[in-house]
Design a protein around this ligand. Sequence first.
Ligand code: DGY
Length: 325
Amino acid sequence: MSTLRFLVTQQIPEPGPSILRDAGDVEIRSGMSAEELREAVTGGEYDVALSQTSDAFSAELLGEARIRGIANYGVGYNNIDVAAAAQHGIAVGNTPDVLDDATANLAVLLLLGAARRAHEASEFLRAARFEGLRPGLLVGQDVTGATLGIAGMGRIGKAVARRALGFGMTVQFTQRPPHDRVVSDEELGELAGHVTQVPWDELVATSDYLSLHVPLTEQTTHLVDADVLRRMKSTAVLVNTARGPVVDEKALVHALREGQIFAAGLDVFENEPAVEPGLLELPNAFLLPHIGSAEAGTRAGMARMAAENAVAMARGEKPPYPVEV
Ligand code: DGY
């Protein structure tokens, strides 16, 4: 049997590299341009690409690609045209479940940080402007007793809901905005009876916090646009740990600037790594650089899953964590 060859598009933590090296030859080529990626996957040098969610695999690229599989290092796979991959016999895998808690933890961090003006307060302190306790200093929004709206009650949405209930919040959700699908108590599991399903329009208009947990699709691109932002409460906080293009970033800048909503906590951006310049200037935008899953154990778990996917694909076997079309 010939040696299996793996292309890894960014350095990943152990045990990923060791699992790959035990199975074949590994080339880690961090920082490839789109053109270099195209050359690498069409050149016939590699069996499998272990990719990042920022590596775009378009239908056109997949049509030319000479690889057996793409093992995406992440749960999201909107960077891959999975229908085209299936059509060309290229397997796709991802890393579900393992990052649910880490991402939910970050969503809560953003929610609290934006509500309590953490970024602004920290800047204030570092600028040596703190002159002592003042009743009116950096007052934020209440969390306990407030209503959290969750857009997308999948694994991460549920993990956020559990945490929010612990904070004494009321939790409502829309399963698949902008339209909906009724979710059974069985699907809700332990959350049944503790959370309420409402239509998207109601979720937007009545939530004090709106946290996004939908995959990026045609339907969810700019799900939160100028119209939605106008219908949110002026005291509301928007949290996005899903994908940047779910929010119209220009409209969000306008809404934050004009006080249409109170604040936003964002870990993802429309054109990463670029960030809409207006956002960077706003004190009510609490911004993090796509670190939702960046907990050490979580990242190691993702590396293991992605590497196991890659090895199985290279051997022509079904990956243990497949993305099914
Ligand atoms: C994911 O796993 O989808 C994270 O957003 C990292 O890309």
